[in-house]
Design a protein around this ligand. Structure first.
Ligand SMILES: NC(=O)c1ccc[n+]([C@@H]2O[C@H](COP(=O)([O-])OP(=O)(O)OC[C@H]3O[C@@H](n4cnc5c(N)ncnc54)[C@H](O)[C@@H]3O)[C@@H](O)[C@H]2O)c1
Length: 326
């Protein structure tokens, strides 16, 4: 009755701001017909009412909780609001799709874990890159060792806004990169050093520079919500080839460069020669084409279809533990 195929089931969306309205749009694309919105902002409700004609609104949270025809609920409220909302939803055995990073206190996430263990609720945290076909493709490229041994990876996620007032730039943006690293390597990286710049509001850093290590791979993450242009770039430097993933390049986001740099091998050249320049090889680059659906469609389908989603509360907790250290 509450499967992806039942387009007549009631679905609730809590929070219809920037991301909540993207979720609503995607649910409509998936042909769900009964979408009920709960939000405390009249302004945002008016905006979505104008944009999406067929949705309904509910002003009383307890009515959503008590409606047995609502089993699947999407939560896109700020992290500081999530604990009390999610706690209630678990009490009523609802299935919850909770936007990342979910929580900003470890004590809260641990309580939620306990409540989940005692309930029939399923909870998936919306770490969207885990369901992104391009990241899936990059994982395959790395697993097949196409780039050779990986020396270095850089992540850059920048834009002007959205600027959060309850969490910092790392909770908001770096959490995405950590979910990508976790997908690629099945691990969370170690912290070598970091620097954050707090420019707009006390105690809420706007720009973050992290220097990390996973296995022998050096990783830099440089994120900002105070930037003139939108950038979403990952660069992977291998011993044999290099890869770039530029999400803003809609035509060919992934490109593999047949190029590398290395010093000549000591076995073949004398020391005098070795002191000279590194060799640079520059071959061609090629676009990597894949068939893909918007990641939010993949993610929402996974929410309905998985009994135990991979991006569950433990996945979110691993990322939160990292975020607490910086
Ligand atoms: N997956 C992604 O790529 C992605 C992108 C953007 C945002 N997000 C996440 O989505 C969440 C929301 O972000 P946003 O940009 O949409 O924020 P937003 O401020 O635009 O929207 C939040 C909405 O929640 C409502 N709200 C707040 N407290 C509430 C409460 N107690 N009950 C009901 N409604 C309440 C607000 O009125 C607002 O309409 C955040 O956790 C953010 O990290 C995820």
């Amino acid at each position: 009755m509450f499967s992806l195929n039942n387009k007549n089931q009631k679905i609730a969306v809590i929070g219809c701001g920037y991301w909540g309205s993207i979720i609503i749009n995607t649910l409509l694309k998936l042909k769900f017909k009964k979408i009920i919105i709960f939000d405390k902002s009249m302004k945002n409700k008016k905006i979505v009412k104008k944009r999406f004609k067929i949705i309904e609104f509910e002003d009383k949270f307890h009515k959503i909780l008590n409606d047995e025809n609502i089993k699947n609920i999407f939560v896109a409220t700020p992290p500081s609001e999530n604990f009390k909302i999610v706690k209630k939803l678990i009490e009523y055995n609802k299935n919850i799709f909770l936007e990342k990073p979910g929580f900003h206190k470890l004590t809260d996430i641990d309580k939620i874990k306990k409540y989940l263990n005692k309930s029939k609720s399923k909870l998936m945290v919306g770490y969207i890159y885990y369901y992104n076909a391009y990241i899936e493709k990059i994982k395959k490229i790395l697993d097949k060792n196409i780039l050779g041994d990986i020396l270095y990876i850089s992540f850059s996620r920048k834009n002007l806004g959205p600027i959060r007032s309850d969490v910092d730039v790392d909770y908001d943006l770096t959490s995405h990169d950590l979910s990508i690293i976790k997908k690629l390597f099945n691990k969370i990286p170690k912290i070598k050093s970091y620097e954050k710049y707090t420019l707009l509001k006390k105690n809420i850093p706007d720009i973050s520079n992290l220097h990390l290590k996973i296995k022998n791979i050096n990783i830099d993450i440089n994120n900002s919500w105070l930037n003139p242009t939108k950038e979403r770039v990952i660069k992977i430097i291998g011993k044999k080839k290099m890869l770039s993933f530029d999400e803003m390049n809609i035509d060919s986001p992934i490109r593999i460069y047949d190029q590398y740099a290395k010093y000549p091998d000591m076995n073949y050249f004398d020391e005098k020669f070795f002191k000279s320049k590194a060799l640079i090889y520059k071959g061609k680059s090629k676009k990597i084409k894949i068939k893909t659906q918007p990641p939010l469609i993949n993610e929402i389908k996974k929410f309905f279809n998985s009994k135990k989603p991979i991006t569950d509360i433990n996945f979110a907790r691993d990322i939160l533990v990292f975020l607490k250290k910086i």
